[in-house]
Design a protein around this ligand. Structure first.
Ligand code: SAH
Length: 257
């Protein structure tokens, strides 16, 4: 995006611009994706049909394509990220395994029981965890697999400052046992759970983002709105540094009943 009149650039466009040309658009890592795959222990004797929902520029999609036998439909709302994924998959010779689809995760054009596996890292919050679990259940075969990561409290209590921040950002934030209950209430059986370590937040997400702040600001004319976007992200990073012992992304691995 090369805006000539920065006043007409919306905050959403700026957020996309800040997250472009990065490995990931949320906390995570190749190791976490591999660990989730290991826990799932997927069948290897058949081709799997996979959806990667809220794939972003496809950090995890590439890992899935390298590891899995089958086809991955990688869905995101924003073509900027899907274009990056298409470029990467072409370069790596994986484009026959990855098909990108520009659609909202709220309203997917999938058939009932179409998929063996639904994957979604750091994205289901966009439509709410429980809503997503319900909606996506239909697209899975019976016995099909679900792998979702979701922001989760890792202790049973926490300082008010961080509780208030995340409750305002995402009211559904909760402890893992409540998230697991939601899975169980909505037709899934838990296979496993782990939460991401601090490196997956800092080294893979926040630190590369901080490096992009300067070029992002100059590319966007150092506008007030661009500075607001940076300030808000910096505030989130500062809170993470201060309260990182209280929350993470939980990775939930389950099967459809
Ligand atoms: N899975 C990637 C991206 C996570 S960020 C990673 O872990 O790096 C969340 C992603 O969800 C972004 O790429 C964003 O564009 C996408 N997104 C947000 N709202 C969406 C919606 N309604 N439908 C589909 N994708 C959406």
């Amino acid at each position: 995006m090369q805006p000539t009149d920065t006043n007409r650039v919306t905050e959403l466009e700026l957020i996309i611009d800040l997250h472009k040309n990065s490995e990931r658009q949320g906390p995570g890592s190749k190791n976490d994706t591999l660990k989730a795959l290991e826990i799932l222990n997927l069948p290897t004797n058949q081709k799997l049909k996979v959806a990667d929902i809220g794939c972003g520029s496809g950090g995890q999609t590439i890992t899935l394509a390298e590891k899995l036998n089958g086809e991955i439909i990688a869905v995101d709302l924003f073509p900027e990220f899907l274009n990056e994924l298409n470029e990467k998959s072409q370069k790596l010779g994986l484009s026959d395994k990855i098909v990108t689809l520009e659609k909202s995760m709220e309203d997917l054009p999938f058939d009932k029981s179409e998929f063996d596996l639904i994957w979604s890292e750091g994205a289901i919050y966009n439509i709410g965890f429980e809503n997503g679990l319900k909606k996506w259940n239909d697209y899975l075969k019976v016995g099909g697999y679900l792998a979702v990561s979701e922001i989760t409290w890792i202790t049973n209590s926490r300082p008010k400052e961080i509780e208030n921040f995340w409750k305002a950002e995402y009211p559904e934030i909760d402890i893992a046992s409540n998230k697991i209950k939601q899975l169980e209430d909505n037709g899934y059986t838990l296979i496993g759970y782990f939460y991401l370590n601090q490196e997956s937040w800092l080294k893979n997400y926040y630190e590369p983002m901080k490096v992009r702040f300067e070029t992002f600001l100059s590319r966007n004319g150092n506008s007030e709105l661009a500075r607001k976007v940076v300030d808000e992200n910096q505030y989130e990073i500062d809170l993470y540094q201060k309260f990182k012992d209280y929350y993470s992304y939980g990775f939930y691995l389950a099967r459809k009943n």
